[in-house]
Design a binder for this molecule. Structure first.
Ligand SMILES: [Ca+2]
Ligand SMILES: [Ca+2]
Length: 212
């Protein structure tokens, strides 16, 4: 069990920056974080989840199965790019998953979908993502034409300024028109059911106390 003093020290600043959780919930999330990390990380609490551990959580707890997308979710939540999810990034990420506003989810999905850092989702990236999420099992040649067709349909729906790539403005406009487009290039958010299940387990103590 983690040191109470370390815990108290962490809850305060994190609660201030992540408003969507109650203090008691932030406390539960921090405890869970350190139980998964497996050590308290000393006084600073300065330790994190590496790619594999985080992918394990996305897979086991949130039901995600696509390795490529789980990797991208990791990168999108690893705000300081140190290849590790620290406790703040953990709570922040879960706030988007569990309590995120439409805008926060929109931003996260866009970040997951554009990877090369230029701020656009290119035709080639769309092709790779659609191919990856739709046809993981089948052979290459027979599907490429079908995927190319889907890429053109996606661009027709989303590329409002006709420059052949999807900017955040394009993405936002398209998703506001049709909410189903939020995860158009593959699942990067947990299902509502997985979120409820996670909350029920993680916040069990805070739930019981609010009924007593
Ligand atoms: Ca990090
Ligand atoms: Ca565009």
């Amino acid at each position: 069990n983690m040191n109470q003093r370390v815990l108290k020290k962490l809850v305060e600043p994190i609660s201030k920056t992540v408003k969507s959780f109650k203090r008691s919930e932030v406390e539960c999330l921090i405890r869970l974080f350190y139980s998964v990390v497996g050590r308290t990380g000393g006084k600073s609490g300065n330790t994190g989840l590496d790619r594999n551990k985080f992918r394990g959580i996305l897979n086991n707890i949130f039901g995600m199965t696509d390795d490529t997308l789980m990797d991208r979710v990791f990168s999108a939540l690893d705000k300081d790019n140190d290849n590790s999810i620290n406790v703040k990034e953990w709570v922040k990420g879960l706030s988007v998953f569990l309590r995120g506003t439409f805008e926060e989810k929109l931003k996260l999905c866009f970040e997951v979908y554009y990877l090369n850092g230029d701020g656009y989702i290119s035709r080639e990236e769309i092709f790779n993502m659609l191919k990856n999420s739709l046809y993981q099992q089948s052979s290459e040649e027979e599907n490429d034409e079908g995927v190319k067709e889907l890429v053109e349909i996606a661009l027709k729906k989303m590329d409002y300024d006709n420059d052949g790539k999807v900017s955040f403005a394009d993405f936002e406009k398209a998703v506001r028109e049709d909410r189903l487009l939020l995860e158009v290039f593959g699942p990067c958010l947990p299902t509502a059911q997985n979120c409820l299940h996670f909350e029920a387990l993680t916040f069990r103590d805070t739930l019981t106390s609010s009924f007593s």
